[in-house]
Design a protein around this ligand. Sequence first.
Ligand code: C5P
Length: 218
Amino acid sequence: MSIPVLTIDGPSGAGKGTVSRLIAKKLGWHYLDSGSIYRSLALALQKAAVDITAVDDIVSIAKAMVLEFECNDELIVKLNGEDITPQLGLESTGSIASQIAALPEVRQVLLKKQQDFKQLPGLVADGRDMGTVVFPDAEYKVFLTASAEKRAARRYKQLKEKEIDANLMQITIEIEARDRRDSERQAAPLAMANDALYIDSSDLTIESVIQEVINLIH
Ligand code: C5P
């Protein structure tokens, strides 16, 4: 029996996480937040004091790390048994994640870990290369984006809600740098799959984005 997969790719702060989690809940499907895997690896490297240029060491840590995901209202992630959820969302973690995500050796090791999420009754997968590289045969594909200003403002609000210290100007600069790195890298750059539905969420509510995606599936 084929397992349905919905991929939602796009730049950071476009609303992929919120939209994907709510749709997975609505459909009763599994949820893969692929960015959290790259972020977890970034934290594992920090803990082991491994430099982001030491490719062999990074690959060994990526192979050995044990991740556990619990998806309730929020995604809880454990790295080798330790809850790392609070550090996972920091922009500094995202920035290291995007630097190691540019390494093809790292992407290769993490590929299977991501593909293993594809299980019945279905999967919603969010990231940068879900529809292009990890699940190219997915039945449903969405590319969700928004203007850089809107994305920075949303990220700022999310951090404030979590009582994490944040500066809007700094976040805008970091998001733009990360977008550039993610789009310009050689290995699996952020790109829209040819068969994806394009949604610009700049002026849309979460509910209307969800409705558009649900319409695609039905
Ligand atoms: O989506 P999120 O902001 O959590 O991702 C953190 C970083 O991980 C991204 O900036 C990107 O460099 C990397 N990533 C990736 N491929 C994915 C998901 C995330 O390269 N599928």
